[in-house]
Design a protein around this ligand. Structure first.
Ligand SMILES: NC(=O)C1=CN([C@@H]2O[C@H](COP(=O)(O)OP(=O)(O)OC[C@H]3O[C@@H](n4cnc5c(N)ncnc54)[C@H](OP(=O)(O)O)[C@@H]3O)[C@@H](O)[C@H]2O)C=CC1
Ligand SMILES: O=C(CO)COP(=O)(O)O
Length: 329
């Protein structure tokens, strides 16, 4: 694949803004598309996203509300919440040139359809090349140019390499992969486990409990990944273990802080504090998919049951601790 000189980022939220900064620093010609008129105006005038206060947009980034303008780029990053990715991919379909890489940057699985992010792209924009970018990367860190490594996967190895090259700036190091399923599945699953880790923190269960939860959570991620075709090395990599360790260890993660608020006794309705916690949306669909293939995921199941209002936090903890003893695997 020839070099990708221009990049369009669709979504002016925290992650979209950080990735636009990265692409601009990598020397790409960057367009940042934001759908909301007020937010787009603010981005263009103040050169700052309301989702990432204090970060000034690189001067070369062009802000637009015109999807057709953004669609001319050599590659497009879709940086909107997982449950609206279909809507954006569908709108793009008539506007892009054939074989344009469309890179999903959301971490989730679609409700109702059980579709992973690149499956949605393949369905809505069949002429595009679907790809996924995921890994341990807080938008605030990336936007400030702190060192970060992620994985970019596409079935076409040359495309994954070209995307990694295009997004590589001094501080942002993308690895490339052809294990699309492994990369997208790791990012989606770890958000549910980060909520569990947050609950452990909020309930003040201690550092030992947090380590046990993270490790047994990883065992669930691997079991789920095996059932859905992920490669083991991918699950041990940045988008699996790497992102799990990051988001299970700090309240900088919105999923973790959502869980911590639940652990402190806040209600499900207020615990996110208005921020996007993708694990909330992924938990029920993850459980449906685990059940469909007979995958045992007790921690994820407990999170899903808490979020569904079927189980209290104390009862969930009690349930996990009193499960029959078993061999470690
Ligand atoms: N923040 C982070 O550190 C990271 C986030 N991610 C993932 O990136 C994805 C986006 O997260 P993030 O940017 O943080 O979320 P934010 O809440 O910061 O931003 C979401 C963006 O999507 C826009 N949006 C919402 N609905 C639509 C729609 N229907 N059409 C078009 N745009 C829409 C929002 O606009 P508006 O509010 O105006 O509607 C906003 O610009 C998530 O899946 C997340 O898991 C991945 C890695 C790191
Ligand atoms: O995915 C992320 C970092 O890799 C961001 O995590 P949160 O969405 O939990 O903030």
């Amino acid at each position: 694949m020839s070099s990708l000189n221009s990049i369009a980022v669709l979504g002016g939220g925290a992650w979209g803004t950080a990735l636009a900064q990265t692409a601009a620093r990598a020397g790409r010609n960057v367009t940042l598309w934001e759908h909301d008129p007020g937010n787009a105006e603010h981005l263009a005038a103040a050169r700052e996203s309301r989702f990432l206060p204090g970060v000034t947009l690189e001067p070369s980034i062009r802000v637009t509300r015109d999807l057709a303008e953004a669609a001319h780029a050599d590659a497009l990053l879709l940086v909107v919440p997982a449950q609206v990715l279909r809507q954006v991919a569908t709108s793009l379909q008539p506007l892009i040139a054939p074989k344009t890489p469309l890179v999903a940057c959301a971490k989730g699985i679609e409700h109702g359809t059980h579709r992973f992010m690149t499956e949605i792209i393949a369905e809505c924009a069949p002429a595009a090349i679907p790809a996924i970018l995921s890994g341990p990367s807080f938008a605030a860190d990336v936007a400030r140019g702190l060192p970060t490594a992620v994985t970019i996967a596409a079935t076409d190895a040359a495309c994954a390499q070209a995307l990694a090259q295009a997004m590589n700036c001094g501080s942002f190091r993308p690895y490339h992969s052809t294990d699309v399923r492994g990369v997208e599945l790791g990012g989606a699953t770890k958000n549910v486990l980060a909520i569990a880790a947050g609950i452990v923190e909020g309930k003040k269960l201690g550092a030992s409990a947090l380590a046990a939860m993270t490790t047994r959570g990883f065992a669930e991620l691997v079991r789920f990944g095996r059932a859905y075709g992920a490669r083991i090395e991918t699950m041990h990599g940045l988008s699996g273990l790497g992102d799990l360790v990051l988001t299970c260890g700090t309240s900088q993660s919105r999923n973790f802080s959502f869980g911590a608020a639940l652990g402190r006794g806040e209600s499900i309705d207020t615990a996110s504090h208005g921020k996007l916690a993708e694990g909330f949306f992924t938990a029920p669909v993850l459980m449906e998919m685990a059940q469909a293939k007979g995958v045992e995921m007790p921690i994820s199941a407990a999170v899903a049951a808490i979020l569904d209002g079927k189980l209290g936090v104390e009862a969930a903890i009690e349930g996990l601790l009193t499960r029959p003893l078993k061999a470690e695997e």
